[in-house]
Design a protein. Structure first.
Length: 197
């Protein structure tokens, strides 16, 4: 499947380090440079605003998806190519997935992790084969990668699914890896009954 649009999950807060916002802007610029449409959460603040600003400043197309109840809290970005309003967080995630061919998570909070884990779970269940990546700015995602290995070691995730992401600190390198194809190897049966004796 050709990657034409890329979904970015990221925080509505800027984080404590300037490198986070710089990386978000750089990713937006990289997507625009490659002619890839950015699909993201629609806000003008924090990491979300930075990635959108980077793409728009470089002439890229940006699609935002924002729940109506968040309008007063996370101001909608005024310069988007397209802004889609939905009724719930569930609809937001589903529409972002529907409108994108690959996924990147930037540093963020609980909401970012919620979005990331749901898209990984869908891939594990065979509902999609989209490439998935982590922009590992300042090693932000190293604890999560260690947890993923732990899940596999303890038998809760198949060993071949312990590293479902492409991971890089470089936006350009990460996008290049996602354009190469799916990052999670298919597993015919993710759930097996215990052997009976």
């Amino acid at each position: 499947m050709e990657v034409r649009s890329l979904c970015v999950f990221c925080g509505s807060r800027p984080g404590t380090r300037p490198e986070y916002l710089d990386a978000a802007r750089s990713l937006g610029t990289e997507l625009a440079r490659r002619g890839l449409t950015l699909v993201y959460g629609g806000a003008s603040v924090g990491m979300m605003g930075a990635v959108a600003d980077g793409a728009l400043a470089a002439g890229g197309k940006v699609v935002g998806v924002l729940p109506g109840f968040m309008g007063p809290k996370e101001l909608a970005h005024p310069g988007l190519t397209e802004l889609l309003w939905v009724d719930s967080m569930h609809e937001r995630k589903a529409l972002m997935a529907e409108r994108s061919d690959a996924v990147i998570a930037l540093p963020g909070g609980y909401g970012t992790l919620d979005e990331l884990f749901e898209i990984v779970t869908w891939a594990q269940l065979g509902l999609h084969r989209k490439p998935m990546g982590l922009l590992d700015t300042r090693g932000f995602y190293q604890p999560l990668l260690a947890m993923a290995r732990h899940l596999a070691e303890e038998g809760f995730v198949p060993a071949e699914q312990a590293a479902p992401f492409a991971v890089s600190e470089s936006p350009a390198e990460l996008v290049e890896r996602l354009l190469a194809g799916p990052t999670l190897p298919p597993v015919e049966k993710w759930l097996r009954r215990p052997s009976q004796t």
